[in-house]
Ligand binder design. Structure first.
Ligand code: CAA
Length: 276
């Protein structure tokens, strides 16, 4: 592939959008290659994915403005569908996807990060939906996912004003789960850049997820995603079915067996949450 790379480290897969000269902007080829990359993930091996961008400046600076500039109404709609189809594939992908946001996440960049399950970012990240400044609406799910993820009021403010926000603000409004900064030693020397800290945190989180019972993790993703689309009465039925589906699996027998046998090594541990 020209603009997307895929590597596997044990049970963790890393998909990288690799078009740094255009700040990883999403043109049709990038979208098609992303689709191909997700289709190529071997779900018998990989249990958690990380999606990131190449370079230290940008995760994804949006949909490709050059490609969009001369589209007709019908072509614009088709381009929106092209992005939406890929992003929906990411959102409903059977295993969790962590966005490691290493810089600009604007327009389609913010939108693709929101189609992932979890967002971590470096402290140089900038989020925003600048589309109205370009004379268009967000077109890859931004009007829908931002309102659901933060709040309708905050989403409307960001979208109507086209104002970009920094990592700290994105963290404050709940758009990202954690912000990673450079790490210095006692003498003040940088021992880890923010980008390195970000990837380290993403891989650590992905490995932590991959170490859990895989059917249970997949069912949790499905239950949360599908439950959010319906009312509570229907949502709890979705949960009941997916909960029941875990029983009689090897993981359920082993997981509960470890507890009952008082195997302290394998018992769940409480790990304090901290920003990276
Ligand atoms: N589309 C196409 N090319 C882009 C791009 C985009 N979204 N964003 C950046 N690039 C290209 C620039 O054209 C430039 O290419 P050249 O070197 O060939 O000129 C290269 O990437 C580097 O960009 P800049 O020189 O602009 O870098 P900068 O550091 O000065 O600015 C930036 C960085 C603030 C992110 C600026 O590039 C920018 O504002 N980009 C556009 C952001 C944007 O509006 N995104 C939303 C797009 S619309 C959308 O996504 C619709 C949707 O919902 C589907």
């Amino acid at each position: 592939m020209e603009f997307v790379t895929y590597e596997v480290d044990g049970a963790v897969g890393i998909i990288t959008i690799n078009r740094p000269k255009a700040l990883n902007a999403l043109n049709s080829t990038v979208l098609e290659e992303l689709n191909e990359a997700f289709d190529g993930v071997d779900l018998n091996v990989v249990r958690c994915l990380i999606l990131t961008g190449a370079g230290e400046k940008s995760f994804v600076a949006g949909a490709d403005i050059g490609e969009m500039s001369n589209l007709t109404k019908a072509e614009g709609e088709a381009f929106g569908k092209k992005g939406n189809d890929v992003f929906r594939k990411i959102e409903t992908f059977p295993i969790p996807v962590i966005a490691a946001v290493n810089g600009f996440a604007l327009g389609g960049g913010c939108e693709i990060s929101m189609s992932c399950d979890i967002r971590l970012c470096s402290d140089n990240a900038v989020f925003g939906q600048p589309e109205v400044g370009l004379g268009i609406t967000p077109g890859f799910g931004g009007t829908q996912r931002l309102a659901r993820l933060v709040s309708p009021g905050m989403a409307k403010q960001l979208i109507y004003t086209a104002r970009n926000i920094k990592a700290a603000e994105a963290y404050r409004i709940g758009l990202v789960n954690a912000v990673c900064s450079e790490v210095k030693d006692e003498e003040g020397n940088v021992v880890k850049s923010a980008q390195e800290a970000l990837m380290e945190a993403a891989v650590k989180m992905a490995k932590g997820i991959a170490a859990q019972a895989p059917i249970a993790v997949r069912n949790c993703k499905k239950a949360i995603n599908e439950g959010l689309q319906v009312d509570m009465d229907q949502a709890i039925v979705i949960e009941e079915k997916l909960f029941g589906d875990c029983f009689e699996t090897e993981d359920q027998k082993a997981g509960m067996g470890n507890f009952l046998e008082k195997d302290k090594e394998k018992k769940l541990k409480v790990v304090p949450f901290k920003n990276c």
